[in-house]
Write a protein that binds this ligand. Structure first.
Ligand code: SAM
Length: 208
């Protein structure tokens, strides 16, 4: 099943199913981003809008992109504000956003579906203003090495989505190649003890 179709099917349960990855991303994203100021935010793959609500509180203008109509519908039901603009678009194509728009670009739990990181980082560079920040929160590659993939269940049938593994060095290489420097790298765990494999990895890059 194509990723767009999969998220259209997943949408009806996305907000309500048990999903440790979704919940940890929500918590850590707020913790990490609270130290930064931003006016204009571009959110890539906003899904059902769980993080769009946070950006809407903190920013003057938010553009949130996704290619799943059903996920976007959920987001629009949650958020009906003049300064938040939802756009249906495929991140693999040209993004409908003017160049140098964003102080902050955020992409949460999306990059495992994007094969070509370099192409995405190129567009990030163009859409960021000078010294703009690029925040990534993603399933940790260590989790991928042991078989974790985005999946959902409908009528007792498990659907596993198409995913691509990006090693930590792949993120760093794509950033270096596109004039983005690493400002922060964090890992987050299910347990405070850190005895498990980390669930998520978070990067903050800055345009130079
Ligand atoms: C796991 S959800 C994450 C949603 C949201 N960022 C969050 O953290 O809850 C992944 C989202 O990425 C979107 N997505 C995946 N590939 C995409 C692409 N090529 N273009 C646009 N959206 C995409 C899906 O439609 C889905 O809404």
């Amino acid at each position: 099943m194509k990723t767009e179709e999969a998220y259209n099917q997943w949408a009806s349960q996305y907000d309500t199913n048990l999903n440790k990855t979704r919940d940890l991303d929500q918590k850590k994203t707020r913790e990490i981003l609270k130290q930064y100021d931003f006016k204009n935010v571009l959110e890539l793959g906003c899904g059902s809008g769980k993080n769009t609500t946070y950006f809407a509180e903190r920013a003057q203008k938010v553009i949130a992109i996704d290619f799943s109509e059903k996920m976007l519908n959920l987001a629009q039901e949650k958020i009906n504000l003049k300064h938040v603009h939802f756009k249906k678009a495929n991140l693999l194509k040209i993004w409908p956003v003017e160049d140098s728009f964003a102080d902050l670009i955020s992409v949460n739990l999306v990059l495992e579906h994007i094969q070509d990181l370099n192409n995405l980082f190129q567009q990030v560079y163009r859409k960021l203003n000078s010294k703009g920040l690029f925040y990534i929160s993603e399933l940790h590659p260590f989790k991928q090495y042991i078989g974790s993939k985005a999946r959902f269940e409908v009528d007792d049938k498990v659907h596993v989505l198409e995913t691509f593994t990006h090693h930590i060095s792949d993120f760093i290489d794509a950033a270096n190649f596109n004039n983005l420097s690493l400002v922060d790298l964090q890992e987050s765990f299910d347990e405070e003890t850190k005895e498990t494999v980390p669930r998520l990895i978070h990067f903050v890059f800055q345009k130079y």
